[in-house]
Ligand binder design. Sequence first.
Ligand code: PRX
Length: 629
Amino acid sequence: MSYADFYQQSIQQPEAFWDREASLIDWHKPYTKVLDASRPPFAKWFVDGETNLCYNAVDRWLATQADKPALIAISTETNSEKTYSFADLHREVQRMAASMSALGVKQGDRVLIYMPMVAEAAFAMLACARIGAVHSVVFGGFASKSLATRIDDAKPVLIISADAGMRGGKAVPYKPLLDEAINLAEFKPAKVLIINRGLEAMKLVAGRDVDYASLRALHLDAQVPVTWLESNAMSYVLYTSGTTGKPKGVQRDVGGYAVALASSMKQIFCGNPGETYFATSDIGWVVGHSYIVYGPLIAGMATIMYEGTPIRPDAGIWWSIVEKYKVTRMFSAPTAIRVLKKHPAELMKNYDLSSLKALYLAGEPLDETTSSWISNELGVPIIDNYWQTETGWPIMSVARGVENTATRLGSPGIAMYGYNISIINEANGLECAPNEKGVVAIKGPLPPGCMQTVYGDDQRFVQTYWSNFAHDQLYSTFDWGIKDADGYYFILGRTDDVINVAGHRLGTREIEESISSHAQVSEVAVVGVEDKLKGQVAVAFVILRNPDLATTADSKRALEVEVMAVVDKQLGAVARPSRVHFVTMLPKTRSGKLLRRSIQAICEGRDAGDLTTIEDPTSLQQIMAALAQ
Ligand code: PRX
């Protein structure tokens, strides 16, 4: 079948299409209805069907490949490497599941996972899936305030964490940040389960904190049956940034997600059982959920969990892993490739990369230079793919499992099956002509695997995503884009206040709120500014309560460091602005709205745009003067 036909069927006859794709997973009880779209924009997939993500990722493979590698945990930080077969993984997941049950976790309970990239993190996610608990993984790079916000929203009965992670040869403590987060949070989890890696001394809170090694030892032979879940039960909540300071809990189902992953692993990532998949992301992000933990395992592949940087001990490390484990499909982000590009390419040539069939890149725009460079060095197709935490799997790419569609430099590809994409003119709500810029929108119902709702807030789901255009069945991605005459899309940045730093999605409002908590800060604006390496960086403009505090270069620098430290402590270094400038006025409209886009334009050396509503144009001169210093 041609991809065009495949795609058309997914749009014209979604039920027949997804009924076929659903046979890629095992069902304990068949569904009675493929799609229930009777309450738009909510969509229910595979109604009444019963299945389980952990069963499909682990148990299903025991019959045919129990002894084949399933999880390969590599840490270049602790110099450790361990391969778990499907049978080993099955055992470890049951030990974790039994331990969680012993701590009182029941079906439907939330379990927050705040962990570095260690095998136990995957055991914990799969154990939750096995017993029907809902995991919420929080990226280890986030600090106490970010964590506290998520604890208060998810209300987890259990938090699983570790003493520390490691990055660049240095221990990164987790436990003290977690303790502080629990102090800050209103909701208090009953239990905290700690994986002690022996990296950092820590204090355990009596009655609350439990050491995993001791608890696991009591459950070595645990047999924990799979809890069969209705397809639309909740599998997890993953928080992501948006326009407001409060992150949204992206809630996902069980059956639809399992089908979307099994399908995308086949049609887009072309993975086969027995092969090895290597995604360099982190379990704290959606790529880690879909394509480190669940997707590859559901496809019967071995998956690599990597703790470390791309350049330690040297920039050949990832390629040595590809050689050693005969990786066939690799998934990374453009920033990582730009980092590698700064190092000698010979490091790549030292390894036999003949197993590698393709490199998939996502999370941020892929520039042509980076794409061409890595394509030449590796000699394999580079496949850009565009999607979001909300969708869980690619919206745009090429589906080489269906047809060998050509890629186009600068474009993340064509519409993936199941996604009825429209580029909408923001001003009149009409569909744009080819090559006309508009908002990337998707006609509902969204395909399987996409978010069900905002956790605990259906109204916010409808309000945020489905109320941006006159047509109420249009989901907004909040990205600008164009479609060319051949159906290839180009992504042109966000329409909202979300920025993308090295592939990490961050909300400028969250950073502003954090900076505002500094006693000397009266007002602040944070914008995303183009950066050659990281794609974007955050830049802050601060008005001080007492401007006399920042008159000399030294006093400015000292305050800048203080402000950065506040962000580090509250949100984590990942959100730290690259520069903090001090001004006495911010560009605003006469009605008091911040002109972020004008600030951003000036930072990037572009024209400030339409300024007819600006209250005081000298505020822009201040921005320019601050940047010139
Ligand atoms: O702005 C788009 C950008 O990243 C956003 C989604 O980020 P996140 O929720 O972290 O999910 C990442 C999943 C890969 C999008 O709204 N983005 C993602 N992929 C691309 C991209 N921008 C351009 N090209 C891409 N391939």
